[in-house]
Design a protein around this ligand. Structure first.
Ligand code: TXA
Ligand code: MG
Length: 329
């Protein structure tokens, strides 16, 4: 796998990256949410390779990443409220599901759907790359299907180094969990996947634009990706609702995950620090997938106990991922 350093302005092989995308190669790129596995969204060959490299089910559509709104020639009939939200939150950690203009992208990008998810990332490396490459890039998270999303170069390397053309090495992801996915194919809009941009942030810009949606509906989710076993480490996870507040003794093969402030309550086992304290939601999001991967590497661990966070809007996206990892246990 080719490794590209993050300072692309001085990197002589920017041309190689550009040519790589044009030749339907796969190159992983950093974004502010998680690393993405990028491919030319207009190339059927490139997009097919994405599903193969990840081992991704073919009914799960990809998100298309753009540099600016001028590239949005593959969607039509954007609702004025969606336009207002895009203008406000882009570039940033939110994807919009919009009506697709027929035959304007590789069919497999949308898994045959008549809508397409679009995002304009804010990460400076991603932006520079999208600008220079000049193509819309289809990019799911750059992990093997079923593994935690990658938030660092090392995570991508671990999962995909022998399956893809290159990795652009940027900083660790600033947010650490995937973008909010907002379904704007009908009005009012529905949140298909919670992320850093919350419902109240959206309704503050356009009052009344969101209708309640149950994105935890495993059987018939709005985003097909929400139905798959996701974000799950190898060992079973048990969630302590509301967080561990009393002393807890565990056996040596148990990993306990939580804020540093609860470490003193735990005897035995292996403690993994997720964040500073029970209010450090941003820190928890940043470290979540790295901790899950670290536990997977620890052969001694057979069970995981997760100290949960108070359920409120700010912890919605975080608890959604932890719920997925613990599968309701
Ligand atoms: O933060 C992110 O969104 C990252 C970075 C790389 O941008 N990407 C990401 O992609 O998380 P992925 O493929 O792991 O998740 C995309 C989600 C899936 O749940 C998929 O089912 C949903 O978006 N999705 C994509 N297109 C859709 C569509 N047309 N209709 C409904 N859901 C869609
Ligand atoms: Mg993913």
């Amino acid at each position: 796998v080719r490794n590209y350093v993050h300072d692309l302005s001085t990197y002589p092989q920017m041309e190689e990256i550009k040519t790589g995308f044009k030749k339907s190669e796969l190159i992983a790129i950093p974004t502010e949410t998680v690393y993405g596995l990028a491919a030319n969204a207009k190339s059927e060959e490139a997009v097919s390779k994405v599903y193969i490299a990840k081992g991704r089910p073919s009914d799960n559509p990809l998100i298309v990443h753009i540099y600016d709104q001028q590239q949005l020639d593959f969607v039509e009939d954007i609702h004025p409220a969606a336009q207002a939200l895009m203008d406000h939150f882009w570039p940033g950690p939110i994807s919009f599901i919009l009506p697709l203009k027929k035959e304007s992208l590789a069919l497999k990008v949308t898994a045959g759907k008549d809508t397409v998810a679009v995002r304009m990332p804010s990460d400076p490396v991603a932006r520079q790359l999208l600008e220079i490459v000049g193509l819309p890039l289809a990019a799911p998270s750059a992990n093997l299907s079923g593994r935690p999303s990658p938030t660092s170069y090392e995570h991508v390397y671990e999962d995909l180094h022998d399956r893809i053309y290159g990795i652009v090495r940027g900083d660790d992801s600033e947010i650490g969990i995937e973008s909010t996915v907002l379904d704007c194919s009908g009005y009012p809009f529905r949140v298909a996947r919670p992320g850093a941009v919350t419902e109240s942030m959206l309704t503050e810009i356009v009052p009344g634009c969101i209708t309640a949606a149950d994105y935890s509906d495993e059987a018939a989710p709005i985003a097909p990706g929400m139905k798959y076993r996701h974000y799950a480490p190898k060992s079973p996870v048990q969630l302590v609702e509301g967080g561990i507040t009393a002393p807890l003794a565990v056996e040596s093969h148990v990993a306990v995950v939580g804020p540093e402030t609860i470490r003193h309550l735990i005897t035995g086992g292996v403690f993994y620090t997720l964040c500073e304290d029970e209010k450090d939601f941003a820190g928890a999001a940043v470290h979540l997938y790295d901790v899950l991967r670290a536990i997977d590497h620890n052969e001694a661990v057979t069970h995981i106990i997760f100290s949960g966070f108070k359920r409120q809007e700010e912890t919605d996206a975080l608890m959604n991922r932890i719920d997925k990892a613990s599968a309701g246990k």
